[in-house]
Design a protein around this ligand. Structure first.
Ligand code: IMP
Ligand code: MG
Length: 180
């Protein structure tokens, strides 16, 4: 267990979820995935940077044959000036006719994931499953139903276990939340 309070740049954070609890939640969804996707040879698409630690722990517990790839999302201006579009970088595997599992760190408003799904749908997949470490149901602005949610959280800002504040805190093994 880490320290109870930490400071990142100008902000104070307090210990919120300990590593063992995260690990147990991940074990639970790994079992679900192993059962649901057996025989489907899924392709896991890990969304960098935030999901790297979750993906490593989740995929160590996946026992069915699968492939794993990593993407990054780049925002750019769409056709209309207000529209922000997400472009997927690094998807080299063919996804046509595959079962893909998007591996995300956190779904907050759902904006990022909605854009990613729209992009992926252009590739004629068989089905898209969503695995997320955290979901903030109170912040969700889109009709998204992730298939595998390790933990549901209140809408507080958190860091650790892959998630950052201003680039820092991704290496923490526990989750800390912003003190207010
Ligand atoms: P959304 O598009 O609003 O769902 O936000 C998704 C992205 O915002 C995540 O992939 C994270 O990178 C970031 N994010 C959302 N909430 C948090 C948080 O509490 N801490 C750190 N990053 C967050
Ligand atoms: Mg993310």
């Amino acid at each position: 267990m880490g320290m109870k309070n930490i400071k990142i740049n100008d902000k104070e954070f307090e210990l919120f979820i300990e590593a063992e609890k995260i690990e147990k939640s991940i074990g639970r969804i790994a079992e679900q995935i192993n059962a649901d996707l057996k025989g489907k040879n899924p392709l896991f698409i890990v969304v960098l940077n935030g999901a790297f630690m979750f993906a490593a722990d989740l995929l160590k517990k996946i026992t069915i044959p699968c492939e794993i790839t990593f993407v990054r999302l780049a925002s750019y201006r769409g056709t209309s000036n207000t529209e922000s579009v997400q472009k997927i970088l690094g998807l080299t595997e063919s996804v046509e006719n595959r079962t893909v599992v998007i591996v995300e760190d956190i779904i907050d408003s759902g904006n990022t994931l909605t854009a990613l799904i729209e992009e992926l749908k252009k590739h004629h997949l068989r089905e898209i499953k969503i695995a997320t470490l955290f979901l903030k149901p109170g912040a969700l602005k889109y009709d998204l139903r992730p298939d595998y949610v390790a933990m549901e959280l209140p809408p507080d800002f958190i860091v650790g276990y892959g998630l950052d504040y201003d680039g820092y805190g991704r290496n923490l093994i526990d989750i800390y939340k912003l003190k207010n």
